[in-house]
Ligand binder design. Sequence first.
Ligand code: ZN
Length: 317
Amino acid sequence: MEGVTGLHHVTAMATQAQRNLDFYAGVLGMRLVKKSVNQDDPSTYHLFYADAEGRPGTDLTFFPWENLAAPRKGTGLAVEVQLAVPEGSLAYWGGRLGRYGVRLGEVEVRFGERALPFQDPDGLELALVETGPRPFTPWEKSPIPEDKQIMGLHGARLWERELYPTAQFLSQALGFVSAGQEKGWHRFVVKGGGSGRFLEIKELPNLPPGRWGRGSIHHLAWRVEDTPHQLAVRRRIEESGVRATPQIDRFWFKSVYFNEPGGALFELATDGPGFAVDEDPAHLGEKLVLPPWLEAQRSRIEAVLPELRLPEVEVRP
Ligand code: ZN
């Protein structure tokens, strides 16, 4: 295995945890597969939404920080996360999101795929993109019919001051190949990768660097199979002149972080062991799960976190 195999998860920044949960589990119908805390700031939740099994490549995660300032959109930051939906489902989604008052764009055709851009309650830019079948387990308790459910991550968009250094890095260190250009977007695709394998970059040489805030994408995590694969990719990252962290144990996967040449924070995350390592797969996300090294502080951590309840799920049409 040469490079990464696609997106593993995308992590973004929200404000109110309950509103975030209501939107992703209630409106978009994703499964809350893990309710945990930010391992570097345990007074903040870390919420994970995915398919029913929480498989790698389906997972969108959030740090809800109540008082986050507005972001500055700019270069060196990912600006959109794309979620895969079944072909022919965008009309259903447009109607549903419209009923919930979601800020919606028009359906566009991008690189031959139909996409519906929209924003979450914190202003995070997302798009639903129609794609063919992929590994995915529908969530039976979702308010969305199984043949319309979000199947996982499709790709992401990134603004850069200079295209070339990032493009070079993507190909040499991570195993991407160029897949064309359209309306100012340069598309890169993971060579031989499975689902969630697109990264689209727009070069904006006169724009200042972006700054994180509410609704920003914090990082893009790319899949690697296991530790040897991760360390091999890490070595190539360092050989191309980019510094990477040592491997960090995130319990559900192992992580390596680095800033790509344009400044965006990327991660390599292993496919295993996965979210069922510490919870019964039938009850994922129901309790606050702490990594073992934080368990001793549980009562203190629980005391500062706001209470969360799963949204009431409407009866499916
Ligand atoms: Zn991550």
